[in-house]
Design a protein around this ligand. Structure first.
Ligand code: GLC
Length: 477
């Protein structure tokens, strides 16, 4: 199958969150399936363009119009021996030579440009994919452009739109079509949502199928509580709406190979391996170096829906117990300040690092005993998968992908892989933390067996990539 994928970020080139990890792993996994060729299209951010680690070759340049704007399109390709996966970058310094990735007042225009440029480049390359998969609001105009302006170029290409985060939808005012997109007025019905234009709504309405990143989240999104205003639209597409739970790239996240770790380990050598990582991590973070105190960790964007408010709520009670807590992340000022103030109260026991640091994150996954993820909502969540793969037992709110990937541990039967709570409140979160602590303190053999079992789970992209293929075949018909 000929597949094209468009996204606004992909590790290791550019990454602000889970989307970047998925876009590193999914195209690769799909390209390894016999008979597939995959082209991935990304913006050529200056951070990528001027980084000598990423060697690219120039393919072509031309111009496209966004109504009255004549926009440069430079097409570059990553030098690689892997013919089945080609990574293309779209160059435009006006739009992509900036310090950050998102958050500019012209983001709508930047990613409308990118969406149109992707299709124009595919056309230049004469690459007519069977399936074009788009991700989140930044590429949400692709399904619309594919059905309208680019229909004659790609009459047989099917389009899948995947939702990683429904909070960011791409809102613009109604003039956006006349000013930037320039589609025939009949497309306004598709583009318009309320008094505005909404890119994601337009994608949901015009893609051949819509997917999101876990089965539970696909169900949740059909309710207003989770959908940020999109439940009615999604219910209209309910027959073509699928949930496929993410995996992780187990070559990138590998406790037996990661260059960031002081000690490597497998499920077999888990106990000694993690003990070494734990001692080194405690030292690095300024925690008391103690082998028998359970070390809990969070690596997260410090945002409301990540459940940081619950963490603040239970913190004093939690830190009154014999436990340690390490928090790594950046985000909303209220949480950065609140958590920093809390950590000052518990020197040697609780530490906060306001940083986005993948190498440190890796050492935290390896050195911690348990991983906290009390997210209010979570489309999939990758951290709990990484944690389990590193033998770090998750304590999670049973929502979205957390509900699909962390089955509750049953002490009687030994079934399940972590500790969960169902109702989103601090007491129930604390209860789950206490249950985990009880197992750690009272039955270390069972704790270790659980950690080893979690390490042995298949959290790779093998199974999810097959599910994407099933979806693609279904859409092709
Ligand atoms: C977003 C979601 C996260 C998901 C990731 C990759 O970051 O918030 O839950 O795992 O996308 O799909």
């Amino acid at each position: 199958m000929k597949i094209a994928i468009a996204a606004s970020e992909a590790a290791p080139f550019s990454k602000t969150g889970g989307l970047g990890d998925v876009m590193q792993a999914l195209p690769e996994a799909l390209s390894q399936i016999a008979g597939n060729t995959v082209c991935l299209f990304l913006p050529y951010y200056s951070r990528v363009k001027y980084n000598p680690a990423f060697e690219c070759e120039f393919i072509t340049s031309f111009a496209i119009n966004l109504v009255w704007r004549k926009c440069h399109v430079g097409l570059f390709r990553l030098k690689s021996r892997r013919k089945k996966l080609q990574i293309y970058f779209i160059d435009n310094e006006q739009y992509f030579n900036r310090d950050g990735t998102y958050g500019y007042s012209d983001d709508g225009e930047r990613f409308a440009y990118f969406s149109k440029a992707v299709l124009a480049c595919m056309n230049y390359l004469d690459y007519k994919p069977d399936v074009l998969q788009c991700n989140d609001w930044q590429t949400a105009l692709i399904p619309v452009l594919l059905r309208s302006e680019f229909k004659p170029c790609f009459p047989n290409t099917k389009c899948i739109f995947t939702i990683h985060n429904i909070e960011y939808q791409g809102w613009a005012d109604q003039n956006f079509n006349a000013d930037v997109l320039g589609l025939d007025g009949s497309w306004m019905d598709t583009l318009r949502y309320g008094e505005s234009i909404n890119f994601m709504k337009a994608a949901i309405m015009s893609a051949d199928a819509v997917s999101t990143v876990s089965e539970t989240y696909a169900k949740e999104l059909q309710y207003p509580y989770f959908s940020h205003g999109m439940s009615d639209v999604l219910r209209m597409r309910a027959d073509d709406f699928y949930g496929i739970t993410n995996g992780i790239d187990t070559t990138v996240f590998d406790p037996n190979a990661s260059k960031s770790l002081p000690a490597h380990y497998t499920a077999k050598t888990m106990a000694e391996g993690k003990a070494k990582n734990k001692a080194a991590l405690q030292k690095e973070l300024g925690l008391k170096v103690k082998a028998d105190v359970p070390l809990y960790a969070i690596v997260s964007r410090l945002a409301g829906h990540k459940g940081i408010d619950l963490l603040c709520y239970i913190c004093d009670k939690f830190m009154g117990m014999n436990a340690q807590l390490a928090i790594i992340g950046t985000g909303e000022a209220q949480y950065e300040h609140g958590l920093t103030a809390l950590a000052k109260k518990y020197p040697g026991k609780m530490v906060v690092r306001l940083a986005f640091d993948p190498a440190l994150a890796d050492r935290v996954y390896a050195g911690a005993d348990a991983y906290l993820m009390p997210s209010k909502s979570e489309p999939c969540g990758l951290s709990q998968l990484i944690a389990m793969h590193y033998g770090t037992i998750p304590v999670v709110h049973a929502t979205g992908g957390l509900n699909d990937t962390v089955k509750p541990y049953d002490a009687e039967t030994g079934e399940g892989c972590g500790f969960t709570f169902v109702r989103y409140n601090g007491e129930d979160f604390m209860d789950a933390v206490e249950r985990s602590m009880a197992l750690y303190n009272d039955d270390r053999a069972a704790w270790n067996a659980l950690a080893q079992k979690d390490m042995a789970l298949d959290v790779s992209w093998n199974a999810p990539a097959q599910k994407y293929m099933e979806l693609f075949w279904k859409v092709i018909g």
